[in-house]
Design a protein around this ligand. Structure first.
Ligand SMILES: [Zn+2]
Length: 267
């Protein structure tokens, strides 16, 4: 790479730089080109990407989260492909790819990652003994919307209400059938139980083809009817969820395991 000011070839310079990221001071290794004559600095796209990854990893280290490298190494140690990890954790492949790169996982997803990378079958309590299924989530919403006579899921939805209906449906199914309806994982957020990673899933739920997975059983349909009858208005499901010990006892971001389904009080 030549200096843009007409000087000769620039030289690679390695240094430690201080950056502030999410209010944390981080020291990261930086590699870029510097002109020995005028001091002009320039970086390639690859170098910029490496810096992004260094920032993400330094931040994760400081926050006690697994780094991208640790996730890749942990996965390879267990001989798991990214797809295997997707199945184990009930997340999208895009999430795994991001976390192994410059993306930063939430605390609850870090917890799930650690369990999965220890080879534990925690997928069971996270997913309620069912493989995560977007088509089934769609099926549940279609059924609930029919019973409630209104739309629950809209574009750019924050799922404030929809996630609570879904949570009750999954938890009650787990309690009564030993298996969740959708395999979804839930986290305790300030506004109540929420579908984990909902921001990344919502478009896929809306687009999902409900006929591409097992149809709802009569028992599951009966549970959904009960959920709709118990919470005919959205405010009711919100209020009920906020009264559940299964949510109240959790710290912010903590996963709500299906094993708590026995503690439900509203239904
Ligand atoms: Zn120069």
């Amino acid at each position: 790479m030549n200096c843009p000011h007409g000087h000769k070839e620039m030289k690679i310079k390695k240094s430690e730089e201080k950056v502030c990221f999410r209010d944390v001071q981080l020291s990261i290794p930086v590699e870029q080109y510097v002109c020995p004559e005028c001091g002009e600095e320039a970086g390639t796209i690859d170098q910029a990407a490496a810096i992004q990854k260094s920032i993400a990893d330094a931040y994760r280290k400081s926050a006690g989260l697994l780094t991208g490298k640790e996730i890749v190494e942990g996965r390879k140690k267990l001989n798991l492909t990214q797809d295997d990890l997707v199945k184990k954790m009930s997340v999208g492949i895009a999430s795994i790819k991001r976390w192994e790169g410059a993306g930063i996982q939430s605390k609850s997803m870090d917890q799930a990652l650690r369990s999965a990378l220890h080879g534990q079958n925690t997928g069971d309590s996270c997913t309620g003994n069912r493989s995560f299924s977007l088509p089934r989530i769609k099926l549940v919403f279609v059924e609930l919307e029919k019973a409630l006579g209104k739309k629950l899921l809209k574009k750019n939805d924050k799922m404030l209400f929809a996630a609570k209906y879904l949570w009750y449906a999954d938890m009650i199914a787990h309690r009564e059938t030993g298996q969740s309806m959708t395999g979804a994982t839930y986290a305790a957020l300030p506004l109540g139980p929420q579908l984990n990673n909902y921001r990344e899933l919502i478009e896929d739920i809306i687009k999902a083809d409900p006929s591409s997975d097992e149809p709802l059983s009569p028992e599951e349909k009966r549970i959904l009817t009960r959920v709709a009858l118990r919470f005919p208005r959205e405010q009711l499901v919100l209020k009920a969820a906020h009264g559940e010990p299964a949510w109240k006892k959790k710290s912010n971001g903590q996963l709500i395991p299906y094993t708590d389904s026995g503690e439900l009080t509203a239904l």
